[in-house]
Design a protein around this ligand. Structure first.
Ligand SMILES: *Cc1c(COP(=O)(O)O)cnc(C)c1O
Length: 341
């Protein structure tokens, strides 16, 4: 079950889903109802699981788009039963067990109480049972192993009550690599699909390649003298005669403002530093050491150019976050172009 939430981590949920389906993926997951509806509207017909919370007023749309809910609270079951009343066959749902993430889900006792009190009617099919790990990429394994014990209790409790659950799933990317016994019937990789991971260095990571390149180009060149300043609040003051290139990409496009006076980009296969504050729509770089840099030159913000490479993980390090956030932040104004691998 490929996780394509948050516009497929910034890559474009529709195109990524189509590509994954062509490669044999049979189920995708998103977080919100709107994300699921957008995939259906784009013609994605495989099962789509909504991982995030749902509210009673969303159930009509959920069912109309044949989206599979993850139920974390029994209060939603009544609304689901009403909305699926007139349908042929049982409507598939997944239940979520909270085992240590402290986020969505029912504790095992709560879950079993729902079953025992008959609140799971026959018109709903218990297609899946899931939990989510808090620390699958952490330095130690104890929390994940503990979560697995709790999850196993929930599975045993349900099977002891005669329920068979076709789809049992727990593993995100980190667990998919590190905890083979957490694979059950499905894994839910997200970040790894896009070529990144956050596993500790002691864990051998699979051979992953970043999928996405973020590129801009030089829109204008200028030369400033020593003492000249760049961008808002004049945080960059030139110490020498400086060749400055202006790029039409800014924080509204996902270029984190913490890259101001700090981040690096590639021009003609060489590194150039961001100077001054990143603006909403533009950013300036120092190309003094790249004398033939010119208007129209390709500039790589994430990706490879020549023999050098800058990854989303590098940008994340420069800005105090993780590659997940760097990728998700790439804004809707940035055109996505896809090419066949
Ligand atoms: C985002 C998410 C995933 C995917 O996690 P990765 O670390 O990107 O592999 C899996 N399951 C749930 C519930 C999620 O929210």
């Amino acid at each position: 079950m490929a996780v394509v939430k948050a516009n497929a981590y910034g890559h474009g949920a529709v195109e990524v889903s189509r590509s994954l389906i062509a490669q044999g993926v049979s189920r995708v997951a998103v977080v919100s109802l709107d994300e699921g509806m957008a995939l259906r509207t784009a013609g994605i017909t495989i099962p789509i699981v909504i991982l995030g919370p749902l509210f009673p007023e969303q159930i009509q749309d959920l069912v109309a788009h044949r989206l599979t809910p993850v139920i974390s609270d029994h209060s939603l079951l009544a609304a689901l039963v009403r909305a699926t009343d007139s349908l042929q066959g049982a409507y598939p749902i997944h239940l979520k067990v909270e085992t240590g993430m402290g986020r969505l889900g029912m504790a095992t006792d709560e879950l079993l109480a729902v079953i025992d009190s008959g609140r799971l009617p026959a018109s709903l099919q218990l297609e899946g049972l899931m939990t989510h790990f808090a620390d699958s990429d952490g330095p130690t394994t104890s929390q994940t192993e503990h979560q697995l014990v709790l999850f196993q209790k929930a599975i045993s409790g349900l099977t002891a009550r005669g329920l068979s659950i076709p789809l049992i799933h727990a593993a995100n990317s980190g667990a998919a690599v590190r905890y083979p016994h957490s694979h059950y019937s499905l894994i839910r990789p997200g970040i790894m699909l896009y070529g990144y991971h956050t596993l500790p260095e002691s864990i051998p990571a699979p051979d992953l390649r970043p999928v996405l390149t973020l590129r801009s180009c030089i829109a204008q060149m200028r030369t400033i003298q020593a003492g000249g300043t760049i961008s808002y609040n004049a945080t960059f003051v030139a110490k020498r005669t400086t060749r400055v290139a202006v790029l039409p990409i800014g924080y509204a496009d996902g270029l984190n403002r913490r890259l101001s006076n700090r981040g690096e980009v590639l021009v003609q296969g060489r590194r150039a530093t961001i100077i001054g504050l990143v603006c909403m729509d533009m950013v300036m770089i120092d190309v003094t050491e790249i004398p033939d840099a010119a208007v129209g030159d390709e500039v790589i913000l994430i990706g490879r150019q020549g023999t050098d490479q800058i990854s989303a993980a590098d940008l994340a390090e420069w800005t105090g976050t993780i590659a997940y956030e760097t990728l998700c932040a790439i804004g809707p104004r940035v055109p996505r172009r896809y090419r066949q691998a």
